[in-house]
Design a protein around this ligand. Sequence first.
Ligand SMILES: Nc1nc2c(c(=O)[nH]1)N[C@H]1C(S)=C(S)[C@@H](COP(=O)(O)OP(=O)(O)OC[C@H]3O[C@@H](n4cnc5c(=O)[nH]c(N)nc54)[C@H](O)[C@@H]3O)O[C@H]1N2
Ligand SMILES: Nc1nc2c(c(=O)[nH]1)N[C@H]1C(S)=C(S)[C@@H](COP(=O)(O)OP(=O)(O)OC[C@H]3O[C@@H](n4cnc5c(=O)[nH]c(N)nc54)[C@H](O)[C@@H]3O)O[C@H]1N2
Ligand SMILES: [Mo]
Length: 868
Amino acid sequence: MADTKGDKTVFRSLGLGGFYGGGAEGMVDVKDGKILRVRPFRFDYKYDRKSIRTWKFEKNGKTLEPTWKSMPSPFSLAYKKRVYSPNRIKYPLIRVDWDPNGERNPQNRGKSKYRRISWDEVTTIIANEIKRIHAKYGVNAILMQGDGHGECKTINTPHGQPGILLDHMGGFTLQVRNADSWEGWYWGAKHVWGQGVQGMYWPAHNIVKDSTEHSEMVLFWGCDPETTPWGFTGQFCSSLMYFWKDIGIKQVYICPDLNYGAAIHADKWIPVLPNTDAALQLAIAYLWIAEGTYDKEYVETHVTGFDKFSDYVMGKDDGVPKTPEWASTKCGVPEWTIKALAREFARKVTSIAHYFGGGYIRGPWSHEPARLEVCLLGMQGLGKPGVHQHQLSYFGMPRMEGLTGTSFWNPEIMERLALPVLSSVANWQESVLPKTLVHKALKSEEPLKFMGTGAIEASVAAQFKEHEFPLPTKDGARIRMIWTDTPCRTTCWNGGNETEEALRSPEVECILAQHPWLENDCLFSDIILPANTHMEVEDIVTNIRQGGQFADVMLCHKAVEPVGESKSDFEIVLEIAKKLGYEQQVSEGATTEEIQKKVFEYMNLDKLTTWEDFKEKGYYLYSAAEDWESDPAGFSRFAENPEKSPLGTPSRKLEFYSERLAKHFPDDKERPPSPQWIEKSEMHDERLSSPRTKDYPLLLMSNHGRWRVHSQCDDITWTREAPTMKVTGHDGYKYEPIWIHTSEAEKRGIKNGDIIKIFNERGIVLGGAYVTERLRPGVAYIDHGARIDPIIPGKVDRGGAINTISPDGVTSKNAVGQATSGYLVEVGRVTAQEWEEWRRENPAAFERKYDSDAGLRFDAWVVKEGVK
Ligand SMILES: Nc1nc2c(c(=O)[nH]1)N[C@H]1C(S)=C(S)[C@@H](COP(=O)(O)OP(=O)(O)OC[C@H]3O[C@@H](n4cnc5c(=O)[nH]c(N)nc54)[C@H](O)[C@@H]3O)O[C@H]1N2
Ligand SMILES: Nc1nc2c(c(=O)[nH]1)N[C@H]1C(S)=C(S)[C@@H](COP(=O)(O)OP(=O)(O)OC[C@H]3O[C@@H](n4cnc5c(=O)[nH]c(N)nc54)[C@H](O)[C@@H]3O)O[C@H]1N2
Ligand SMILES: [Mo]
């Protein structure tokens, strides 16, 4: 165990992807028991550079190699601000008007404050609640929300620890993580190419190398390589983009905003309206078919169902040819631009780059543009040199020696150390609820039926399995208690306001949250337990997310003592287990070093080095595999010989028409067997053709924050100074920026810096106007993840939590993914009368303790701040 008092330097994985698969390595200097600074990691700190084999890309006499210094993002380097945030939960809390033996006042969730309670008292209350709920309703009456992104930790895995205890006690209802980042690929692309864990191609070694050598053009379609690689792995992707520019690869950005990548790398920006990409893609296919400029030979040998696809594109089915003129009215791109794009795409060797795919992969009907992209790539010879889909520098980098595909989703580590992660992968709990349906399950009187759960690793077949909630068996139970370690359902997922309302249901007798910071769903809980951050625990992390430079496994020695009375997520569960007589089962009696050693073995490091050497150096640095250059790039083998290297679809080819979808969902008009443009459905009415545009004429784009990772890092004082992070209102409050084009602002009398509102029938969210021409007209743009600060819970939010007004529905009828971007809204000035009304309705909301530099404070929600 490291010395926890003296000055020292420890290692950390600073990416915020969560779990054991880290990225963005860093070094933390500790002085006098406090974090002094966080700085980039030196990969050669304990290794001789000559002893490590590195990869190298070469083109036109230029070379790209990994740099020996890591490149963490700004929020990673500022992480000490998170550890010492004024928002940290310092001790256990209980809602002032929640009495387990009397009135529970569920209607006050989101309104009432909290008081301090001791660990001993609170764990007794929790143990009694669990026993009572189990006896009265059965084990499935407890919903475990334990999966999402977060700090990279293994032993202290940020999510799912409660599942270990509840599993020993007989089970629970599992909130299944849906395909989140990949919705469209998972629910759509998988039906065309049958591949990939999540529906994007994976593992994808050497795609980046192959594009470097062969692509003439890359379309950054819903992609910002200067922003989202930051979240998990840091800024190396930026170097790659500069290199691609240097070697003459043309970079075209297709996105509603001139995003940060486009602003510095784009040769051309094509501003499309949010979630209308399917129209643009169909018009490209139309032009290729009309002009005969697609790869006919490839289509002949590698594709099934092309005729049916082509009939729809050319309008033989519905009498509507999907011409550039047709598309232009829907996607806002002028028809001449569509034609130029289609022709250049056909003429040049082209790949499409994503980090994950942006808003159109997470909007209503996102399976359609996802499927269409695979069809377009298929029409230009997907897998041929330089023709790929990229998941930029994430999965597409060279293979490392000793790492395999399963090193990433290491089943052994998952089983022992992150059991509930496995749960979302393999669906081992019977009573399951997709994350996207939780609010419906809490509200609906009727049992819910849904197809598939969206579990990220699930096979295509899983999409055809019907589930029912509550279980239609004797074990079926509605939700009476929620235990969450992922308290951002309201701010990160669909139907936020409906969720807030559902959390006030009297049927839910107890809501327990464990979290480092007092925010979001914590405010709707009855009991809140203080979890600590990765700086406060001893751990081991496998940095094998292929962020670009190196891969490594590192020991993460404890940097500082826990803040306040906080405990690790694991210790919290253990404390509760003790009160229930399950201590032994939960802890399994292993010491920290024993677990670290096990991870070392699971990663097969015993074959590459010794435990002693690893312990002495503190990390193991992988070399590139000796034969890394021999890996086939992406679909290249399929392209070369589809018979010998077939796909995972029933026909073994690219299916432009899916017989499987036709068979299972013959009546599904939202996800028909061939990809289409969907104008409207029972679930969603979010197109510019809708009569709703009379009141809500703008399409909302909602990206991943440059300065945050979802709901994480909203409180960092250093980044909050950036005008694209927060806009300071005239009242001194720092509002979430709402980007709007100059012409749209003028129409509404909005000036840069004004406090404005973004709204639809589902509610109102306040923000600060960011008037710009870096966004096309017809669009309002706000990132998701700002902390909720309810003025009227379920109706008006001051914090800028945009998902409170996102659709409460899912991707489409048979696809329970999120629909959180690309929907109709309006933007307007906040009137004095509105302020007055809100103040009258909830004066307390305007009196909350607030720190302009860091935002909402812990004591805003706590009565009688304690001594600590
Ligand atoms: N509008 C809009 N909404 C979106 C998207 C979009 O594009 N637009 N994208 C979607 C996508 S792809 C995703 S992945 C989701 C976000 O996905 P989530 O994974 O739900 O969000 P995060 O905020 O990253 O993390 C989850 C929670 O874990 C907490 N946490 C972090 N570390 C720890 C820890 O060690 N212990 C405990 N107990 N808690 C911890 C965080 O503070 C946060 O409350 O958002 C989705 N929502
Ligand atoms: N800094 C930071 N990094 C992150 C995260 C974070 O929250 N912050 N989150 C992590 C996670 S979990 C994920 S899933 C990934 C997400 O990675 P991405 O999917 O790449 O991220 P997004 O910000 O959703 O979208 C990228 C870009 O798509 C464009 N875009 C948005 N809507 C549309 C549309 O309708 N059509 C088109 N053509 N373009 C559109 C915008 O220009 C946007 O900048 O990022 C990861 N990394
Ligand atoms: Mo994601």
